[in-house]
Design a protein around this ligand. Structure first.
Ligand code: FES
Ligand code: FE2
Length: 375
């Protein structure tokens, strides 16, 4: 059977938008930050997990813990943003929790006829580190990403080894400050998952990348794209300057020099591997037709001026590409609202779009057996 795109209603229906919050976002791993951003005990930040939040914190014993961001007394949001403290103190009545989530105490605790501290720890979430990045899940049974994609550490761990640090002011967890695109989050994912539009929509990428050798590898947990850089100098001076200045970060191999790699982890994480930097970003649904795209770029200590120039140029080229994509996804979202519209066929270059559609359909089918027919 030919691979089928998702039915338009998956991108426009408010009912399906609600269902996928539970079916996809309450169950998957969501990208939060790089491990270096939670370096010391007490370092914490607030992670967006679908429509919910979690606190991710470095505990005293050096491990990462995650909790639901809600006080067990009367439901106040506990933590507002990044910071460092030895404990969590609720801003409403002052209940205080240890970093591991256990309740230390409540002010005037004799006023409570019975306060079973054992039972009133913060509600749990899960934290995990994969390729040096911190992920969080609300599902107690979430399979660690290292088990879902076990070969990734060996194949690409060199890009993500300790020593990465953010090179711009943006942070992945700052979702409220991130760019918002006018599309359903899956339109943005679909767009990322195929290179078929590159020759038409991204002239800069087309000059830089050898489109004929653009390859896609698909597994259950991920899609991996590899795009070799062209040898031939670009006609555009900015791109030519990138081609001249690009040098590999310490730890990479000569084989990494001429290639851009993009790793998409289901459902919404992108880890991009360039010779000169790493870019990590995510697509966060904000409404059925709005998506935020927070992300951050990382470099490595010990890189020279030339690599830093390459990073700036790479970021500039990425911004141009991103603006082109923002326009494309808004165009698709508008079109999807056409009454009676049916999706056309997918090309072989869109295999990862089909893979993503299959995973979405199966996640929704599993969780919504009692909630009626899916399109
Ligand atoms: S709601 Fe947190 S202490 Fe009352
Ligand atoms: Fe694109």
């Amino acid at each position: 059977m030919p691979a089928e795109a998702l039915h338009p209603r998956y991108y426009t229906g408010h009912d399906l938008y609600e269902r996928e919050q539970a079916a996809v976002f309450d169950r998957s791993w969501q990208l939060v930050c790089h491990e270096s951003e939670l370096a010391k005990p007490g370092d914490r930040l607030v992670a967006t997990v679908g429509r919910h939040e979690a606190i991710v914190v470095r505990t005293e014993d050096g491990t990462l813990a995650a909790h639901r961001n809600v006080c067990r007394h009367r439901a106040a949001r506990l933590v507002d943003g990044p910071g460092n403290a030895a404990a969590f103190r609720c801003p409403y009545h002052g209940w205080t929790y240890k970093l591991d989530g256990s309740l230390v105490g409540a002010p005037e605790n004799r006023q409570f006829p019975c306060l079973d501290k054992e039972k009133l720890g913060l509600l749990p979430a899960k934290a995990d580190v994969f390729l040096g990045f911190v992920f969080v899940s609300l599902d107690p049974d979430a399979v660690p990403l290292g088990e879902q994609a076990p070969e990734m550490e060996k194949r690409f761990g060199r890009y993500f080894a300790p020593g990465l640090y953010p090179i711009t002011k943006y942070r992945i967890h700052q979702v409220a400050e991130a760019e918002v695109q006018r599309a359903n989050w899956k339109v943005a994912a679909d767009n990322y998952l195929e290179g078929y539009h590159v020759p038409v929509a991204h002239p800069a990428l087309m000059r830089l990348l050898d489109y004929k050798r653009y390859s896609v590898e698909i597994d259950h947990a991920y899609a991996l794209f590899e795009a070799p850089l062209r040898e031939q100098p670009s006609a555009n001076w900015l791109e030519r300057l990138y081609q001249w200045s690009v040098t590999r970060m310490p730890g990479l191999t000569p084989d990494d020099d001429g290639i851009w790699r993009y790793l998409f982890l289901y459902p919404n994480t992108m880890l991009e591997m360039y010779p000169d930097m790493v870019l990590a970003w995510t697509i966060v649904p904000r409404a059925v037709d709005r998506v935020a795209v927070p992300g951050a770029c990382y470099g490595r200590a010990g890189q020279g001026l030339r690599t830093r120039l390459a990073q700036r140029l790479n970021i500039r080229i990425g911004d141009i590409t991103n603006d082109e994509d923002a326009d494309l996804v808004a165009r698709v979202q508008t079109g999807l609202a056409t009454p009676g519209y049916e999706m056309g066929p997918l090309s072989q270059r869109e295999g990862a779009v089909a893979w993503f559609a299959d995973r979405i359909r199966s996640d929704l089918a599993r969780s919504t057996l009692s909630e009626g027919e899916l399109p």
